[in-house]
Design a protein around this ligand. Structure first.
Ligand code: ARG
Length: 588
């Protein structure tokens, strides 16, 4: 469906045209005086110079030539030449009825769906997930769902950090602890026991231990580097260990991401890119894109218009080892070959921005991705504690993701059981659902690039701009609808009538903005716009609810119209929280 603001604009544009003015002037925006009108057009002001006429006169001309007033209701010119527009209530009701009939609630599906790869999550295998990984998962999942809702073909790729030094560290430590394992026997042929020589718990302890030792002990570090080298060159025993690490870690990651309602289509990683590196480097050298600088192989990415220095993208160290940038370029080789994406979006900590500037430029310059492929960096800020410093445990350590989730769930559980009597089982279940909304909404309601403060008390509150408040609103609607049905109310083929109160009208207008908000959130990769919208929508609903006797309404048609509005409001809210990556319980 067309966006309602565009429908209004088309009518105004036709009037500009008819009155002899450029229709491009007829830009309609949301009113900055919502107490007076819903939309405004300042085109007459903009046209004054061009037509050497007082804006007021231009605006009057436009009004005199406004013949199609389907969406426009009351309209007036105010000095010095603003056009204030109110919507036609009948048309709004008709628009909402059309939305209700449409399975996409009026959201236009992409006519030429794009293939979009979203690179998000990015956990490092064998290291526990910590809160730093939370943002990438939460934002990336939402962007994926938004793009999908708009009708695009989206592939979410976790891009595991599963190659490199951390693996060498684990192998080295394991070798010290269990030197008799068959993997360390030079004669190892590759038949290895199914059972891994460690559990996920041990793995999570082995890595930091090894990492700590390597920092203090040069010989240990050398050993780990050598083990990394051997692994990367196909050492059979080490490859077997690597497979064990992968199996165990991936199973654990899947469990953790499932708890976050985050789902990847592709479980590829840095290791999958390695096979593409030799040919890529060969070509880049042959075609003169890469040259040796200080012993290392680099690609220059500085551009003339740069105001600061952008260092070259390094793709091979003097010892032949590849780097983070090499892996990201090779991954683009693979993605281009296998999926031909129109766009690749990277949801990564904004401190990695320079790395991506280098990789994007190098990929474009060397033809690794075609010129028309859009490469987008969606960098996010840091999640801080109340002290304004990166979020830590009370003891000052790195907060594990599962502990953070447990803390939120516990807080939610307390609030739910304080509120009403409910079985422990149901309260636990509800706490999980609502807790997830607290975490995700708390994150997504901020513009991604900004740092934000993770505030457990605020995020879990049922009031204010929070996930639980949105869910509370949905649950409230569900409960009214349930009562209505219990009383034998009809929900088949009911239609919305034009609004009869200000709060009803305000709610209807908010509901009608759904397609506009989603389109915009997709174009700007900005889930926070959806949060802002559902907060306004929830407020509009609650004001309507407090000012209206819905179930006690005596006029049957009017009552059905209220119910139709409630159903549509609920559907819009549910569609929005679905793209944000959480859902509502039945009760709370
Ligand atoms: N594993 C990386 C990290 O923890 C993030 C990966 C981001 N994605 C990418 N294609 N580089 O920093």
């Amino acid at each position: 469906m067309d966006k309602i603001i565009n429908l209004v604009e088309q009518e105004i544009a036709a009037a500009f045209d008819k009155a002899g003015y450029d229709r491009a002037l007829a830009k309609v925006t949301l009113s900055n005086r919502p107490d007076l009108c819903e939309y405004q057009c300042n085109g007459a002001m903009a046209g004054a110079k061009k037509y050497k006429k007082a804006p007021f006169m231009i605006a009057e001309d436009v009004l005199a030539n406004l013949t199609d007033k389907t969406y426009i209701g009351e309209i007036e010119v105010v000095k010095p030449g603003f056009i204030n527009i109110k919507l036609n209530e009948d048309a709004v009701a008709a628009y909402l009825n059309d939305m209700k009939k449409d399975e996409n609630l009026g959201l236009e599906q992409a006519k030429e769906p794009k293939t979009i790869v979203i690179d998000y999550g990015g956990p490092n295998v064998a290291k526990p997930l910590h809160v730093g990984h939370l943002r990438s998962a939460v934002i990336g999942e939402s962007v994926k769902r938004i793009a999908r809702k708009a009708g695009h073909k989206v592939l979410g790729d976790i891009h595991l950090g599963d190659w490199g030094y951390q693996m060498g560290l684990i192998i080295t430590e394991l070798r010290k602890r269990q030197p008799d394992l068959p993997y360390f026997d030079d004669a190892f042929k590759g038949e290895y026991p199914e059972e891994a020589p460690f559990t996920i718990g041990e793995l999570e302890e082995i890595y930091p231990t090894a990492s700590g030792k390597a920092k203090e002990d040069d010989a240990y570090r050398e050993e780990a580097l050598h083990a990394t080298y051997l692994l990367q060159n196909g050492h059979r025993g080490y490859t077997a260990i690597w497979n064990h690490i992968m199996h165990i870690s991936v199973a654990d990651l899947k469990k953790n991401y499932a708890n976050l309602n985050v789902e990847f289509d592709l479980w590829k990683g840095e290791s999958d890119a390695q096979a593409y590196i030799p040919d890529m480097i060969e070509r880049l050298k042959k075609e003169g894109y890469a040259h040796i600088d200080d012993g290392a192989l680099v690609i220059d990415v500085q551009e003339e218009s740069d105001t600061k220095e952008i260092p070259p993208c390094m793709i091979q160290k003097s010892d032949g080892a590849s780097l983070y940038g090499t892996t990201d370029l090779a991954t683009l080789v693979q993605r281009t070959q296998d999926y031909h994406p129109d766009q690749v979006v990277y949801v990564v900590d904004k401190r990695q921005e320079l790395h991506f500037v280098q990789v994007f430029r190098a990929a474009k310059k060397t033809g690794i991705v075609p010129e028309e492929t859009k490469l987008s960096f969606l960098g996010f800020g840091t999640m801080n504690g109340k002290d304004g410093k990166p979020f830590k445990t009370r003891e000052g350590g790195v907060m594990r993701l599962e502990n953070l989730i447990a803390e939120i769930d516990e807080e939610m559980y307390k609030k739910i059981t304080d509120n009403r009597t409910v079985s422990e089982e149901e309260a636990k279940e509800t706490a999980k659902i609502v807790g997830l909304s607290a975490i995700k909404y708390g994150d997504l309601s901020n513009q991604a690039a900004k740092d934000y403060v993770f505030d457990v008390d605020r995020f879990t509150s049922f009031e204010g701009n929070t996930g639980p408040y949105i869910l509370y609103t949905i649950v409230r609607i569900k409960s009214i609808l349930n009562k209505y049905k219990e009383q034998g109310g009809n929900v088949e083929d009911i239609t919305l009538l034009p609004a009869t109160s200000d709060s009803e009208k305000a709610l209807m207008l908010e509901v009608a903005k759904y397609n506009e908000v989603l389109e915009n959130a997709f174009e700007e990769l900005a889930p926070h716009k959806i949060c802002a919208y559902i907060y306004d929508l929830s407020n509009a609903f609650n004001r309507f609810y407090h000012g209206t006797k819905i179930l006690a309404e005596e006029d049957a048609k009017k009552k059905e119209s209220y119910i139709a509005l409630l159903i549509l409001t609920k559907e819009v809210l549910e569609a929005c929280i679905d793209v944000l990556g959480f859902e509502a319980p039945e009760r709370m």
